[in-house]
Write a protein that binds this ligand. Structure first.
Ligand SMILES: Nc1ncnc2c1ncn2[C@@H]1O[C@H](COP(=O)(O)OP(=O)(O)OP(=O)(O)O)[C@@H](O)[C@H]1O
Ligand SMILES: [Mg+2]
Length: 246
């Protein structure tokens, strides 16, 4: 059974349609990439998938629950199973890295303090920032902040992780490390990952399948492995994926 199912989804801001008739399923354990030009609607789609933005039409199902036809309590309980890193990825500047990480635990669990600290340190080690527990966000580089935000999205051991452009602003070496981190999270924790990225290198490195949101036709025009799309995808998708070679 698929984990996530999108049916006939149309997204709009006010009266303006962004994308229409999206249909796709995400399988458990999959690394599923959402790609497309800037403004095509990737971040908007993520907001729909996590229960934050009601569809103009159509449905988003998480297993057997329609996210926009269930009770608020049920939706909040489901959202605790998601790890989400938004494109802005903001950390609380007045809190240390450790406090930022422990916040989801304080809000949603009754773990004792030492268990929270232990888990926060473990997640920090996972993103290679063992020494940063007591640092303030302002003391970190842009790439380190990104990694802290990823660690925070992992704090509740989510079944499903949503990441919006986690590698933007990272140098190529750290971007590659991030790809390796995502694959190791999937391998060791069995996490299903929905990743928004414009990095063609990342797409080829991590995606089992990639969905293309076309900004001209305002709908999805491809969904397949990147290797397959590179050869047999529609022209605009092939052009998008060929940027890697340039
Ligand atoms: N809060 C908002 N209010 C009104 N329109 C919005 C809002 N957020 C996004 N949009 C519009 O929705 C469209 C899709 O935006 P979205 O942020 O989903 O694109 P994106 O694919 O994530 O782009 P990028 O690659 O630049 O992050 C754009 O035309 C944008 O202007
Ligand atoms: Mg975006």
């Amino acid at each position: 059974m698929s984990l996530l199912r999108v049916q006939q989804l149309t997204m709009a801001w006010g009266e303006r349609i962004i994308q229409r008739d999206l249909n796709f399923e995400v399988q458990p354990g999959e690394v599923f990439v959402i790609m497309g030009a800037s403004g095509s609607g990737k971040s908007s789609l993520m907001r729909h998938l996590v229960g934050l933005q009601e569809p103009h039409a159509g449905q988003v199902w998480l297993q057997d629950t329609n996210l926009y036809a269930c009770s608020d309590e049920h939706l909040s309980a489901l959202r605790r199973k998601f790890g989400v890193m938004f494109q802005s990825g903001a950390l609380w500047s007045s809190m240390t890295v450790g406090e930022n990480l422990m916040l989801p635990l304080k809000l949603f669990t009754s773990l004792p303090q030492h268990a929270m600290m232990q888990r926060a340190r473990f997640k920090l080690a996972l993103v290679g920032l063992d020494d940063c527990f007591d640092a303030l966000p302002a003391e970190l580089s842009g790439g380190m902040k990104k990694r802290v935000a990823i660690a925070r999205s992992l704090m509740l051991d989510p079944d499903l992780l949503y990441l919006d452009e986690p590698a933007s602003g990272l140098d190529p070496i750290n971007a590659r490390r991030l790809d390796e981190l995502l694959l190791s999270i999937r391998q060791h924790l069995g996490t299903t990952i929905v990743l928004i990225t414009h990095s063609v290198e990342s797409i080829f490195a991590v995606a089992d399948r990639a969905l293309f949101l076309d900004d001209q036709s305002q709908t999805m025009t491809a969904l397949d492995s990147p290797q397959q799309l590179q050869h047999t995808g529609p022209a605009r998708v092939q052009a998008f994926l060929q940027r890697a070679a340039t």
